[in-house]
Ligand binder design. Structure first.
Ligand code: NDP
Ligand SMILES: O=C1O[C@H](COP(=O)(O)O)[C@@H](O)[C@H](O)[C@H]1O
Length: 595
């Protein structure tokens, strides 16, 4: 059964109407006595757009909006918001008013990529926007602006962007025509990140393109974190929408410990309300991470097994077969624990381990994730192994050490590899080790979740497995990338007259099952941000809980100047990771002879 729109796929497309907690909250507040109560649906987060992916059950159509009575004081209020989002009225009122007061106009979305000259913008953001355009997922009226300090003309931006655009393998037709059309909607504005004046100029240009339509504005902060607050301030004060929504996507790192993260949140909240802040963790936009909840909550065979009763350990593994090439300057200030574990792997863990949410609404899901994070023990030094890659020569090629990077200090102790054992102290997961492993410059590129089940009690066939019963336990592998797959290792009989057992995989191999190319995580997340869907973005309390787990360990590593174990570039990482796993009676699944 297909769960998607033919044009613009979304796994949530076929879900039943959900008013969402915000709508419930707002609807509960009594309206003005002179106004009849508005329909609950009216308070939806979603502003109508012309994207075919609109979730029709909670999107108010222009027609519906036009028929809803408007209270006079609300019309007056709208004028008050013209100076930005931090005015007296709340974000939801702002959006509701926008719908009411511009009910007969078309809407438009302006997407400003701040830091457009940078690596992420070129590599991910513009290509993702193009893919959305190609798939007809962007509203009819949209404009994309690049903003950075570099001097560039519109033509130069288009030229730069065009070099990174690709069409999907299954969508080659009209590719160059579509690219031209897309590029003609891209513009550039050069400015300083802390200049309200420069953002006011941008605002003027955005207004011209919006041509009087209801304006919705998305700012993507693809810039170093030390300038996030400056940009949030200037965008909010000088370039936020006067009549629609204004949202800001913030890239990681969200601080480097609890204190700096809290300071960043406080700084952003001077100019934005939480609902406007979309903290991106692109791993949450990956197809197989999206599928995690579906796998678990819509298959009877899995959910009953999802606890300490049947699961022996869970492994969250990330490896890259290249080093920090080109990003050493950024990386040295963060290290692999902050770069991958505290966000990507921890987010997957939270989704994996959470209780069943009340609904699929963003707040219900995020509430459950926070509960898991708050039930976890902060990491302890004895449960962590760190490593750093060193130079290695193989086949006549010399691969560099981490410290060979010119932007990295020669005596850097920054880990490029880490393994850790984490524990969730709740009834479901008590005593189950969640092992994380993340590393750069390893032998392979891979991200996966491995669930190792317990031994079969009183196994009738135990003699057929020799002494090593671990080898005979079931293992569920969710391979996030590359070559997406979900497979379950089972035991079966080798056909024939004898009684020999084998290990086989029940395999959902995406490339074999689905001909359609899997969208990039940034496509899904950008589309969600445009649609106001917050489910895959990190809420500030989630972030606080995540930092609370890692901050004491990170401080201890730095204070004690713990030296990482060196491992050769292209190897399987430090042996310390094996000792850590064996301390908890675990073997890393990715290193076994039969993955
Ligand atoms: N690149 C990646 O793969 C990933 C990046 N990220 C995060 O995304 C954000 C952007 O990343 P990325 O594109 O790699 O970053 P860049 O270092 O390429 O910076 C983006 C742009 O910001 C401006 N900039 C750079 N350094 C400074 C500075 N010190 N002060 C002011 N402006 C500066 C530059 O534009 P100009 O000089 O023209 O103003 C640059 O083109 C960062 O927060 C990063 O951590 C997250 C995940 C992956
Ligand atoms: O956030 C980050 O992710 C990338 C890996 O992302 P992927 O989608 O290519 O797996 C990592 O290389 C980078 O260091 C980190 O900042």
């Amino acid at each position: 059964m297909a769960f998607s729109s033919p044009k613009c796929p979304s796994s949530w497309f076929a879900l039943p109407p959900s008013p969402g907690p915000r709508s419930r909250r707002v609807a509960a507040a009594s309206p003005s006595p002179s106004c009849p109560p508005l329909p609950r649906r009216f308070f939806s987060e979603k502003i109508p757009s012309q994207s075919p992916r609109n979730r029709h059950w909670n999107v108010v159509s222009m027609h519906e909006a036009a028929t809803v009575p408007v209270s006079p004081e609300k019309e007056i209020d709208l004028k008050k918001v013209e100076n930005g989002v931090s005015s007296a009225i709340s974000a939801e009122e702002h959006r509701d008013l926008a719908i009411l007061n511009t009910s007969k106009k078309d809407s438009t979305v302006s997407i400003t990529v701040v830091g457009a000259s940078g690596d992420l913008a070129k590599k991910k953001i513009f290509p993702a926007l193009f893919a959305l355009y190609y798939e007809d997922c962007l509203p009819e009226h949209f404009t994309i602006f690049g903003y950075a300090r570099s001097k560039m003309t519109d033509a130069e931006l288009r030229n730069m962007v065009s070099r990174t655009l690709t069409c999907r393998i299954d969508k080659r037709e009209n590719c160059s025509e579509k690219m031209e059309q897309f590029l003609s909607r891209c513009f550039y504005h050069s400015g300083q990140y802390g200049s309200e004046e420069n953002f006011a100029e941008l605002d003027k240009e955005l207004n011209e393109h919006e041509a009087g339509r209801l304006s919705n504005r998305l700012f993507y902060l693809s810039i170093p974190p030390n300038i996030f607050i400056d940009v949030a301030k200037c965008a909010s004060k000088s370039a936020s929408s006067a009549n629609g929504w204004t949202r800001v996507i913030v890239e990681k790192p969200f601080g480097r410990d609890s204190e700096s993260s809290a300071a960043l949140t406080r700084g952003l909240k001077q100019y934005l309300v939480e609902d406007q802040i979309f903290r991106i963790d692109h791993y949450l936009g990956k197809e197989l991470v999206e599928n995690l909840s579906i796998l678990r909550f819509s298959n009877l065979v899995f959910e009953p097994l999802w606890s300490r009763q049947y699961i022996r350990n869970v492994q969250l593994i990330f490896s890259e077969d290249f080093g920090t090439e080109g990003r050493g300057g950024y990386f040295d200030n963060y290290g692999i624990i902050r770069d991958i574990m505290q966000n990507h792997l921890l987010q997957i863990l939270a989704l994996f381990a959470m209780e069943t949410p009340v609904s699929l609404d963003a707040e219900d899901i995020r509430n459950e994730k926070v509960k898991v994070l708050r039930s976890m023990r902060p990491l302890q030094l004895e449960n962590v192994v760190i490593g750093q890659y060193k130079s290695h020569t193989k086949g006549g090629i010399t691969y560099p050490a981490y410290t060979d990077d010119k932007t990295v200090p020669k005596d850097s102790l920054t880990p490029t590899f880490a393994a850790a054992a984490l524990f969730i102290d709740n009834a479901r997961w008590d005593g189950v080790p969640f092992l994380m492993k993340a590393g750069k410059a390893l032998h392979t590129r891979r991200a996966e979740i491995r669930v190792q089940f317990r031994h079969v009690p009183g196994n009738l066939y135990k003699r057929s497995f020799g002494t090593d019963l671990d080898r005979a336990t079931n293992e569920l592998v969710i391979r996030v990338q590359p070559d997406e797959a979900i497979y379950l290792k089972i035991n079966n009989k080798i056909p024939g007259l004898g009684m020999r057992l084998d290990r086989s995989n029940l395999n959902l191999h995406y490339a074999a099952r689905y001909s359609k190319e899997i969208p990039d995580a940034y496509e899904r997340l950008l589309l969600d941000a445009i649609e106001g869907e917050r489910r895959l973005f990190i809420r500030s309390d989630e972030l606080d809980a995540a930092w609370a787990l890692f901050t004491p360990l990170l401080k201890e590593l730095e204070e004690k100047k713990i030296a990482p174990e060196l491992y050769p570039y292209g190897s399987r990482g430090p042996v310390g990771a094996h000792y850590l796993a064996s301390k908890y009676n675990v073997r890393w699944g990715d290193l076994s002879s039969e993955h």
